[in-house]
Design a protein around this ligand. Structure first.
Ligand code: FCB
Length: 449
């Protein structure tokens, strides 16, 4: 039996500007915090930068043809804010904007729906120099940038995502320091998290005011959080980690208030966060959809690995892990979708990222990535079950079209359906590319009993 997905289901792939474009100094682009960070020694595991990455800036036509061959109906990508506003605010750089206009025009010709993320982490460095997301002026600059692109691209783009994974931006960028801008201060991270959400809400308001046809939402990285044991201390650790990772974002977006237990814990640890009613009202501005990036679950217990939360993560021995060290846990996609609908009732959900890093090898021009095929197949079976249960999941985007620059891991992690030979820039569709094409065309076979 073949499991079919709804007629109007969006099948897509996702990418992000800094991870694929290269060309950091071309056509008037300003410096981003990722340009600065990757050129700081010791930040990137393999010492690479995104200076060239997939060279997509020059090769986008070829990449769009790959998408056409793949048969996708939607393409999720992000705009590099410093291409459009090199200083983050002030003067618009027409040449930078025109790159995205050409990209979008070609997508329209190919019948592929553009899904545009406004912020996938490449903040203009000039804004970081004034304090970055901690500074409210940056929040206002985002609101203005959003307004400009809604006006300029809003006749062709119908699906907008304000932010990608604010948890990662706030805590990996400002607490653990593994991402740009590389700060290590929990208090800063908290204020950044709040400001990102406020900037999201302001962008949604602006979108409604401008009145272009289309839909707007935000993408969160969400994971089921499981307690290692039934012991009370592990159960409490589970609740804290879920509060940190999931509820801190979901609650204000859908319920108009940051979770009290989480704020209380942080305050007790010396990190009170001031939140006004006005801010909470902005954050909870109604969205049309929630984007969910799903990669894995987290198993946690009481411990000291994360001293502030008093939580340690556990890696179940019986499980399999990806090249990122992430547990493969396909049923989690169903679990997180159910949880989100039951607790927060979004109008609809898109799975805006799901995928796996593998140590792919190019052998005689082909890449046999059976483990990626198995990963996608399993996740899609569980996603199908979510749809059957009546949850409004309206699309699925594989991370990623191409192998690309995987942030702190540089070019060493391969997530693509298409292999990139970085020495030549040549692209080679992997076996999983052909698998995904068939899924889009025909659906997916049911699990053999
Ligand atoms: C997500 C990011 C995306 C990519 C994948 C592997 O957290 O949104 O850019 O790096 O992880």
């Amino acid at each position: 039996m073949v499991l079919r997905f709804p007629q109007d289901f969006l099948w897509g792939v996702a990418t992000a500007s800094y991870q694929i474009e290269g060309a950091p100094w071309e056509d008037g682009k300003g410096e981003s915090i990722w340009d600065r960070f990757t050129h700081t020694p010791g930040t990137i595991a393999d010492g690479t930068t995104g200076d060239v990455a997939c060279d997509h800036y020059h090769r986008f036509e070829e990449d769009l043809r790959l998408m056409r061959d793949l048969g996708i109906s939607a393409y999720r990508f992000s705009l590099a804010w410093p291409r459009i506003f090199p200083q983050g605010e002030g003067k618009l750089n027409e040449k930078g904007l025109s790159f995205y206009e050409r990209l979008i025009d070609m997508l329209c010709v190919l019948g592929i729906e553009p899904v545009v993320t406004l912020y996938h982490w490449d903040l203009p460095q000039a804004l970081q120099d004034m304090g970055g997301w901690e500074n409210e002026r940056v929040v206002r600059a985002f609101e203005q940038y959003a307004g400009v692109v809604f006006r300029r691209l809003g006749d062709r783009v119908k699906l907008w995502i304000t932010h990608n994974e604010p948890w990662v931006v706030a805590f990996v960028g400002h607490y653990t320091g593994e991402h740009a801008p590389g700060l290590r201060d929990f208090g800063v991270a908290l204020r950044v998290a709040k400001n990102l959400l406020v900037s999201h809400g302001l962008a949604v308001r602006t979108f409604r005011e401008i009145g272009k046809e289309g839909e707007i939402g935000i993408t969160l990285s969400l994971s089921p959080i499981h307690a290692f044991s039934e012991r009370e201390e592990d159960q409490l650790a589970q609740k804290r980690f879920d509060g940190y990772f999931n509820r801190f974002f979901l609650d204000p977006l859908f319920r108009g208030a940051f979770p009290a237990d989480v704020l209380e814990w942080y305050a007790k640890k010396g990190y009170p966060l001031a939140v006004s009613k006005e801010e909470e009202a902005i954050v909870s501005e109604k969205i049309d959809f929630l984007g969910v990036n799903y990669y894995s679950r987290q198993v946690v217990r009481h411990g000291c690995e994360e001293p502030l939360l008093k939580v340690a993560t556990v890696k179940p021995e019986e499980s399999q892990y990806t090249d990122m060290g992430w547990e493969i846990y396909p049923q989690g996609i169903l679990e997180i979708v159910e949880r989100v609908f039951q607790d927060y009732a979004p109008r609809k959900v898109f799975i805006t990222e799901n995928g796996i890093a593998l140590p792919d090898q190019l052998v005689n021009g082909t890449i046999n990535d059976g483990a990626r095929i198995a990963f996608l197949r399993e996740h899609l079976r569980y996603l199908h079950r979510a749809i059957q249960r009546g949850y409004a999941v309206k699309g699925y985007f594989v991370w990623s079209l191409l192998d690309n620059f995987e942030w702190a891991f540089g070019l060493s992690k391969r997530f693509g359906l298409v292999f990139v030979d970085y020495a030549t820039g040549k692209r080679f569709p992997k076996e999983s590319f052909f698998f995904y094409r068939e899924v889009i065309e025909k659906g997916i076979e049911e699990e053999s009993q």
